[in-house]
Design a binder for this molecule. Structure first.
Ligand code: NAD
Length: 290
């Protein structure tokens, strides 16, 4: 492990197999330097989707943390704009249909945003990217530290196990979840496809039914289980005829997403306009193309 100005770089290299990767973990020094507002300042939060499971979890976490103050909690048919002013960070866990309008309101008042909502169409995602030209936005399908590590591990595994391994992704969520597959599963598929030099849209096969013939080498199977009270489980399976590698994450409580979202809210305050992701917040990135 090499250290450079508060950064730690871990490198793996194997010339026989021909893969190379690096993971950069930015140190606390870099984290503070990139910000304009001190970490000790109270962060003012407006939550959208306030009556939902995640909206409630955010409010619970803010209640127990003196570094944050809740200035607004709005749900369907409640206006957000009157609560917005400079210094307020919007934390959105509502619906993909609602988020673009919240982003527009955020731009009008110059408020940074943390978007945890998932299930966006390309057009809705485009609207968020356009808003991010004017304000800083953290958009992440999963705010948990553990899942973001799962993303990194999946990138590494996908680059090492590129050939002769079939990739299947299984996600499990509670019976009320509306969108499928989960945003996290979609991201995992994207990362695997990138390692194959392709786009996920071309490779993903959602579930299987009927006489489809044998699977192709390149396809990525994605399967969504819905039932009971699963908070969110994700597993990526790399299967060859000789061996199987599985990487998984199990969420025990919604608090992990709420705490990650609040960490992102603190981080995004004072950042320049742009579209950021959780690895930016955590300072955890694969440093070069795999
Ligand atoms: P939920 O259905 O329990 O809550 C959604 C809430 O949003 C509801 O109260 C609903 O009334 C409200 N809402 C819908 N339209 C609205 C509008 N126009 N204005 C204001 N409020 C509106 O769902 P949930 O489990 O809390 O999840 C919310 C979103 O967050 C989903 O997209 C989910 O996939 C995502 N999620 C993301 C993470 C993450 O880490 N990024 C974690 C969990 C859930």
């Amino acid at each position: 492990m090499a250290k450079r100005g508060g950064n730690a770089t871990c490198r793996g290299f194997n010339s026989r197999l021909g893969f190379q990767f690096g993971v950069v973990i930015r140190g606390a020094e870099t984290y503070k330097r990139g910000r304009q507002s001190p970490l000790s300042m109270i962060t003012r939060i407006a939550v959208t989707g306030a009556k939902g499971r995640m909206g409630q979890a955010i409010q619970q976490c803010v209640k127990g943390d003196a570094r944050f103050e809740m200035v607004a909690a709005v749900d369907r048919d409640e206006p957000l704009a009157p609560h917005l002013q400079r210094g307020v960070v919007i934390v959105d866990f509502s619906s993909h249909l609602a988020t673009p309008a919240f982003a527009e309101a955020a731009v009008a008042k110059g408020c940074p945003m943390v978007i945890g909502t998932t299930g966006f169409t390309y057009a809705e995602r485009g609207a968020i990217a356009a808003a991010a030209k004017n304000i800083p936005i953290v958009l992440a399908p999963n705010m948990s530290v553990g899942v973001n590590l799962l993303f990194i591990l999946t990138q590494v595994a996908a680059s090492v196990l590129k050939e002769h391994f079939d990739v299947e992704i299984i996600e499990k969520h509670h019976r009320m979840k509306k969108d499928a597959p989960s945003g996290t599963a979609a991201r995992l598929a994207e990362l695997v496809a990138q390692a194959k030099g392709q786009h996920a849209a071309k490779l993903v096969r959602h579930g299987r039914y009927g006489d489809l013939g044998a699977r192709t080498d390149a396809e990525i199977g994605v399967h969504s289980v819905r039932g009971g009270g699963y908070v969110g489980d994700h597993e990526v399976i790399f299967a060859s005829p000789e061996e199987v590698v599985g990487i998984s994450h199990h969420a025990c409580s919604r608090e992990i997403f709420a705490k990650g979202a609040l960490l992102a809210a603190k981080w995004v305050e004072g950042m320049p306009a742009g579209l950021y992701d959780m690895p930016d917040v955590l300072g955890l990135q694969v440093s070069q193309p795999l």
